[in-house]
Design a protein around this ligand. Structure first.
Ligand SMILES: CCCCCCCCCCCCC/C=C/[C@@H](O)[C@H](CO)NC(=O)CCCCCCCCCCCCCCC
Ligand SMILES: Nc1ncnc2c1ncn2[C@@H]1O[C@H](COP(=O)(O)OP(=O)(O)OP(=O)(O)O)[C@@H](O)[C@H]1O
Ligand SMILES: [Ca+2]
Length: 560
C-alpha cells in the first residue's frame, strides 16, 4: 500500500510577542512552537552601532516541550545593549510573560532543559498562549504522570540520593510528574517490593536510581510480577514470557551504567530525566537463564564467563573502592590469564537480523528492531516458542576459552564507548555470542584494547562471534564434577584441592577449575546454563542512541 503524505501541522496560534526585547513572530501549530525575529530596526547605514543581525528561527517540537508557566515579572527583561534597541512602546507594553521549558540537545547525546520567556502586550493574550500550549501537552498521552522511584543510596560513588534530589526531582516537578520515592534499605529491597507489594496500577512507570545491578533488581521484580500475575512458570524455559507493561527509567548512579549508556548514548542524569518526561519508549530484549529446569536470572547486558566472571568475582571483595574496583580486578584477572574448557551449543538467528560484524549500529528507530521477529510471531500465533525455534539447526563448539560473552545489546559504557558488541541490537530478539579462545596475553591485550578504540575487536583469529537466539554452556568437567563430588564426600577432598591450585596459581594451565558467569554484574551460582533471548520483554523510557544528524537539524541550534 502506498504511504499517504502526512497532513501539514494545524496552525493554532500566532502573535507578535517580544523575546529579549526583540519583536518576534511566535507561532504554535500541532507540531512545533516557533519564534522568529521580525526585522523592526532601521537599515544599517555606516559604522557598527547595531552590530551584526543574525535573524533566525527557533523551532521546538511540541513533544519536546517540558512545561509552560505564566512568568511573574514586573517589567520585561532589560536590553543588553549589544543589539538594536526595541522601541520604547514595545518594552513598556510587554508587562506579561510566559516561560516555555524545552529540551535542548548539547554534545555527546546529552539533553538539557532550556527556557524561553516570551512577553505579551496583555494578560489575556498571555493566558491564551499558556492555555494553548498546555492543551497541546495534554494530548501527549504517552507522558508519565505518576512514577514509582527506587534509589540505591550505595550504588557507584554513593551519590544516588543527591543526584535524584538535586538534578532529577526538580525536572519531574516542573513537568508536573508526581512520585512515590523509596530509598532502598538493603539489597533486593526494590526487587521484593515490586514483586509482591507495590500497587503497580497506580503508576505509569518505575524509575531506578543506581547502576546496572540496581536495574537488574527492578527488572527481576517487574518481570517476575508480570509472569506471576499471568500464571507463567519462570522455571519452564520453553514457555514464552509475558512482556511488562510499565516502562522503566534509569537515572545513572552506578559504576558501569552500561544499560543507560547503551540506550540513551550518555550516562547523564538530567538527560535520562528528560527522556522520562517526554515519555520515550524503547523496547528491550531480555535473556532468561536456566540451570536444568530451574530459573536462575534474567540478563540484559553482559553475560560473561571466564574473564568478566573472574573480574566480577574479584571485584566484589573490593566494593569499598567504588567504580575503581573493576580496573584493579581487571588488571589482576588479565595477569592471571586463566582459560576454561567447555562446550557451547547455540541456535543461530535468521540472517534478516544482520550479523555482529555489520557496520550498521542500532540507533533510534532502528529498522532491524522494527522487523517482526520469530519470537514476536510466536506470541501472536499462540504457538510454543520451542516449536518455532527447533526449526533452526543448533551448532556446537568445543574448546578452551579465555572469555565467553553474550551481549543482548552493545554494552557500550564509558570504559568502552562502542561496547562489547558494537552492532548488537536492543530489541531484535537476539544476543551476540563472543568466544575468545585461548591465546597469548599479548593477543588478549590487543583484543581488550580494541574495546576502547575504533578498531574491530572481532578481527582476530582467536575471536569468533555469532548472533544467536538461544545457547547452552557446559563446562568440560561438569560430569567429572559429580565424580569428584562423590570422592570428596568419601573424604578425599580432591576437588577443593584442585580448584584452589588452579585459581591461586596464575601460571597454572590446569583447566579443571570453573569460572563463574557475570550476569549484569551478579555472579551466577552455576557454570552450566541454558540461555534464551526474549524479544522486547521490557520497555525503557529511552529512544535508543540518536543519529548525529538529529543534532544538526535547524531547530536544534539555530540562534535568533
Ligand atoms: C587495556 C585496557 C582494556 C580495557 C578494556 C575495557 C573493556 C570494558 C568492557 C566493559 C563492558 C561492560 C559490560 C557491562 C557489564 C555490566 O553488566 C556489569 C555490571 O555493571 N559491569 C561489569 O561487569 C564491569 C566490567 C568491567 C570490566 C573492566 C575490565 C578492565 C580490564 C582491564 C585490563 C587491563 C589490562 C592491562 C594490562 C597491563
Ligand atoms: N540499600 C542497599 N544496601 C545495599 N545494597 C543495595 C541497596 N540497594 C541496592 N543494593 C544493591 O547494590 C548493588 C549495586 O548497586 P548498583 O548497581 O546501583 O551500583 P554499582 O554496582 O556500583 O554499579 P554497576 O552495577 O553499574 O556496576 C545492587 O546489586 C543492588 O542489589
Ligand atoms: Ca538484542
Amino acid at each position: 500500500m502506498e504511504k499517504q503524505p502526512k497532513p501539514p501541522p494545524l496552525l493554532l496560534l500566532s502573535s507578535q510577542l517580544s523575546f529579549q526585547n526583540r519583536v518576534c513572530e511566535v507561532t504554535l501549530n500541532s507540531a512545533f512552537l516557533s519564534w522568529k525575529e521580525v526585522e523592526t530596526r532601521p537599515k544599517r547605514t555606516s559604522g557598527n552601532i547595531y552590530g551584526p543581525l543574525k535573524a533566525g528561527s527557533h523551532y521546538v517540537p511540541v513533544c519536546e516541550i517540558i512545561s509552560v508557566q505564566e512568568t511573574e515579572e514586573d517589567c520585561p527583561s532589560t536590553d543588553t545593549g549589544k543589539w538594536q534597541k526595541v522601541p520604547q512602546s514595545v518594552a513598556e507594553s510587554n508587562q506579561h510573560a510566559f516561560t516555555v521549558s524545552y529540551v535542548e540537545r548539547t554534545q555527546k547525546h546529552r539533553w538539557r532543559c532550556s527556557e524561553v520567556t516570551l512577553h505579551c502586550t496583555d494578560r489575556t493574550l498571555c493566558l491564551q498562549w499558556v492555555q494553548a500550549i498546555r492543551e497541546q501537552l495534554s494530548l501527549l498521552t504517552i507522558r508519565p504522570k505518576h512514577l514509582l522511584v527506587y534509589i540505591n543510596p550505595y550504588g557507584g560513588k554513593h551519590h544516588g540520593k543527591r543526584i535524584y534530589e538535586q538534578k532529577v526531582a526538580p525536572i519531574f516537578s516542573r513537568a508536573s510528574i508526581s512520585t512515590d520515592v523509596i530509598v532502598t534499605e538493603r539489597a533486593n529491597h526494590a526487587r521484593d517490593h515490586l514483586k509482591t507489594e507495590a500497587d503497580l496500577k497506580k503508576y505509569d512507570g518505575v524509575v531506578c536510581v543506581g547502576g546496572d545491578g540496581m536495574f537488574s533488581e527492578i527488572i527481576h521484580g517487574l518481570i517476575s510480577r508480570t509472569q506471576c500475575d499471568s500464571g507463567v512458570d519462570q522455571d519452564c524455559s520453553d514457555e514464552p514470557l509475558i512482556p511488562c507493561s510499565l516502562r522503566i527509567g534509569i537515572i545513572p548512579a552506578g559504576s558501569t551504567d552500561c544499560i543507560c549508556y547503551a540506550t540513551v548514548g550518555s550516562n547523564d542524569p538530567v538527560t535520562s530525566a528528560l527522556h522520562i518526561v517526554v515519555g520515550d519508549s524503547q523496547p528491550m530484549d531480555v535473556c532468561s537463564i536456566h540451570h536444568n529446569k530451574t530459573f536462575l536470572r534474567y540478563s540484559v547486558s553482559l553475560l560473561g564467563y571466564g574473564f568478566y566472571g573472574d573480574v566480577l568475582t574479584d571485584s566484589e571483595r573490593k566494593r569499598w573502592m567504588g567504580p575503581a574496583r573493576y580496573d584493579i580486578s581487571g588488571v589482576k584477572t588479565f595477569l592471571s590469564h586463566r582459560y576454561y574448557e567447555g562446550t557451547i551449543s547455540f541456535l543461530p538467528a535468521d540472517e534478516n537480523v544482520g550479523t555482529p560484524r555489520d557496520k550498521l549500529q542500532c540507533r533510534s528507530g532502528c529498522d532491524i528492531c522494527r522487523l517482526p521477529s520469530a519470537d514476536k510471531q510466536v506470541s501472536k500465533d499462540e504457538e510454543s516458542v520451542s516449536d518455532t525455534e527447533t526449526k533452526g539447526v543448533w551448532k556446537v563448539i568445543r574448546g578452551k576459552f579465555l572469555a565467553i560473552n553474550a551481549a543482548c545489546m552493545s554494552c557500550a559504557c564509558p570504559r568502552s564507548p562502542k561496547g562489547l558488541s558494537p552492532s548488537a541490537h536492543l530489541a531484535d530478539g537476539t544476543a551476540d555470542l563472543i568466544l575468545v579462545r585461548k591465546c597469548s596475553r599479548f593477543d588478549f591485550l590487543r583484543h581488550l584494547l580494541r574495546h576502547t578504540n575504533k578498531d574491530d575487536q572481532f578481527d582476530h583469529p582467536f575471536v569468533e562471534v555469532y548472533r544467536v537466539r538461544q545457547f547452552r554452556f557446559t563446562p568440560r568437567y561438569e560430569d567429572t564434577d559429580s565424580e569428584l563430588d562423590l570422592r570428596e564426600t568419601e573424604g578425599s577432598g580432591r576437588k577443593r584441592f584442585f580448584s584452589q591450585i588452579c585459581r591461586e596459581h596464575p601460571a597454572c594451565s590446569c583447566s579443571l577449575a570453573h569460572s563463574s558467569w557475570n550476569c549484569d554484574g551478579e555472579i551466577l551460582p552455576h557454570a552450566a546454563i541454558q540461555v534464551r533471548v526474549h524479544c522486547q520483554l521490557i520497555k525503557l523510557f529511552a529512544r535508543g542512541i540518536e543519529e548525529q544528524s538529529v543534532f544538526e537539524e535547524p531547530y536544534a541550534f539555530s540562534a535568533i
